[in-house]
Design a protein around this ligand. Structure first.
Ligand code: C2E
Ligand code: MG
Ligand code: MG
Length: 562
């Protein structure tokens, strides 16, 4: 150790030189006077058809040739003025393959600020760009209605607000939610549900003017932006007209239906200054409209936030449920598409309500999230899933990775990694048998996420992205995160047999997963034809009623034993 330090200078130089050849980036250094190469790593030299020795002493023009020099020259000039230059270049390799590289030219400054030379750093960003192009397609549109999605609309709203600020005019955000849409879906089937959504989208559009815009946020949620009007009465009129238009009777597959919606409205500048604030407040107003009995519109009113008696009662009932151990986990098998082997299991939460029977998470998870209860519930789920998985292993079942859903609030807690570590330790389950399911929106804050995921990875825990394709994916860095699996959302699997858009998206996600070397799993597979499609397109795994519905622990154990 001491010896290495004593012989430091020489040793360090040979280490640095070896290191320079090991990194994937291409690096070089040019002196400033004639732009002659002083140093290049092997990668840089080879990319320019030279060896690391023969490139030294040549000018950049000699090295790259006239055509490339014309592209580089203005950037080099900028670096010679002492400013950093950064640009992208498309390259075509001799075999015809296209690559995109990112070039950084960084001036090397002397003590008096004079430029001594230029550091060149080149990164291959092809993979990154491919992923981005694919995801742009997924990221900006809702495939069912063809309406723009949340990401796009938030961006546009910011632009509309900037304009309204300049014109001193008003703008409004309207959050629209169909009442009891779930009942339509459940009683008449998804197909009718989809038809109703498409129809509702076009009815909403009928009420709007050219400059306004509408997007679809979630299954039965729409967001409307009214650009530029003069008094809040205008917005109230539009909301009334919207309610009427949406609730006009329709006939779908021979049945007469009457949709009904609730609307929450927030107004710029009165209720907020930013897109996020206005959308959040329109949502609060929407909850108020729902609480008051649905089928109506409400404006945002400060203070009237949903601290209603009803919410309080639900909250204490959920706390009770935790204490009385009314939560249980159900387990759904995950199979290999190619050979039907059991490859995993997902734990899904149920509430065994003494009066109402088994309740699905859709009835209480969101409420638990917004009322600060998800932490405790999430802890229970994690611990119980790990305990059960270990118990199965101890009982002689072949070990299976167990997937646990993590909510946003749970993920944002600083101590998630520590909690997972503790649970693994307490239950004796090895980290490699645990997989956590996150959703795309949780991955937006890169700094926090990178650290948390690295911590989980260190425990051997795997990461899956749930409901993939429905969120605003910031995929530009998904390939930098230690993610193992993409789960294609059920909505893209539903109509695989008949809907060309869904097919295109499913294929795009499968290919994306391949590009990023991730496992890809299709959710909600109910029919053989869907499975055939997935097999034909190389999807790795699937989950759904075709393979098996979620089962209670004892039943799942029996299912595995066969
Ligand atoms: P998810 O994680 O995407 O789970 C898949 C959902 O699809 C489950 O609904 C499952 O029962 C359902 N499903 C599975 N196969 C099929 C199929 O072939 N057809 C149809 N139509 N549905 C199928 P579930 O159990 O009601 O869960 C809904 C969502 O609630 C989950 O979506 C997940 O986001 C959340 N959730 C469930 N358990 C937990 C939990 O323990 N913690 C948290 N934070 N969220 C949970
Ligand atoms: Mg899940
Ligand atoms: Mg899912």
């Amino acid at each position: 150790m001491t010896e290495a330090l004593v012989h430091g200078a020489a040793a360090r130089e040979s280490v640095l030189l070896a290191l320079a050849d090991k990194i994937p980036e291409l690096i070089a250094y040019y002196e400033a006077r004639e732009l002659r190469c002083v140093f290049a790593n092997k990668g840089y030299a080879q990319a320019n058809g030279c060896s690391a020795e023969s490139i030294v002493g040549k000018t950049v023009r000699e090295i790259v040739g006239e055509d490339a020099w014309r592209v580089i020259e203005p950037h080099a000039a900028q670096a010679l003025r002492g400013e950093k230059a950064e640009y992208l270049r498309d390259l075509r390799l001799p075999g015809g393959e296209g690559r995109v590289i990112e070039v950084h030219l960084d001036p090397h400054l002397g003590g008096r600020g004079e430029v001594l030379g230029i550091f060149v750093l080149i990164t291959d960003v092809t993979r990154h760009q491919l992923a981005e192009a694919r995801i742009q397609y997924l990221a900006h549109h809702d495939m069912l209605t063809g309406l723009p999605n949340r990401a796009y609309v938030t961006e546009r709203l910011s632009a509309i607000l900037a304009l309204a600020r300049r014109h001193r005019s008003m703008a409004a955000v309207m959050s629209i939610d169909l009442d009891d849409f779930k009942a339509v879906n459940d009683t008449l089937g998804h197909h009718s549900g989809d038809t109703l959504l498409k129809l509702t989208a076009s009815r909403i559009r009928q009420v709007l003017r050219e400059a306004d815009m509408v997007s679809r946020l979630g299954s039965d949620e729409f967001l409307v932006i009214l650009a530029d009007f003069s008094a809040s009465d205008d917005a109230a009129l539009v909301a009334e007209k919207m309610l009427q238009t949406i609730s006009a009777p329709v006939v779908i597959e021979g049945r007469e239906l009457r949709a009904q919606a609730s609307i929450g409205v927030s107004v710029f500048p009165r209720d907020g200054d930013s897109a996020e604030e206005l959308i959040a407040r329109a949502d609060i107003a929407l909850h108020a409209a729902k609480a008051e009995g649905r089928g109506r519109s409400r404006f945002y009113a400060p203070g009237a936030i949903d601290a209603t008696a009803d919410a309080l009662a639900r909250e204490s009932r959920l706390r009770e449920a935790l204490q009385r151990a009314e939560f249980v986990l159900y387990y759904q098998p995950q199979l290999c598409v190619a050979d039907q082997r059991l490859v995993g299991v997902e734990a899904l939460l149920r509430w065994r309500h003494p009066q109402r029977g088994l309740a699905d998470p859709s009835e209480f998870i969101e409420f638990a999230e917004t009322h600060g209860l998800i932490g405790e519930i999430g802890q229970y789920v994690l611990r119980e899933a790990c305990r059960q998985s270990k118990a199965w292993q101890d009982a002689g079942l072949a070990p299976l990775p167990i997937a646990v859903n993590v909510s946003a609030a749970q993920f944002q807690r600083r101590d998630l990694v520590a909690e997972v570590a503790r649970v693994l330790e307490d239950t004796g389950l090895e980290g490699r048998w645990l997989e956590l399911e996150l959703t795309e929106s949780m991955l937006l804050d890169k700094d926090v996420v990178g650290e948390a995921l690295a911590g989980l990875r260190a425990l051997g825990v795997r990461i899956a992205i749930d409901d993939f394709g429905t969120g605003y994916s910031s995929l530009s860095y998904l390939n930098q995160l230690p993610v193992d699996k993409l789960k294609i959302d059920r909505s893209f699997i539903d109509d695989l047999g008949v809907d060309a858009d869904e097919r295109a998206i499913a294929i795009a996600i499968i290919n994306l997963a391949k590009t990023l070397k991730l496992t890809v799993l299709a959710e909600g597979v109910e029919r053989q034809e869907q499975l055939e499609f997935l097999r034909a397109h190389g999807c790795d795994e699937y989950q759904g009623y075709l393979a098996g519905a979620p089962l209670a622990a004892e039943e799942f154990g029996a299912f595995v034993r066969g």
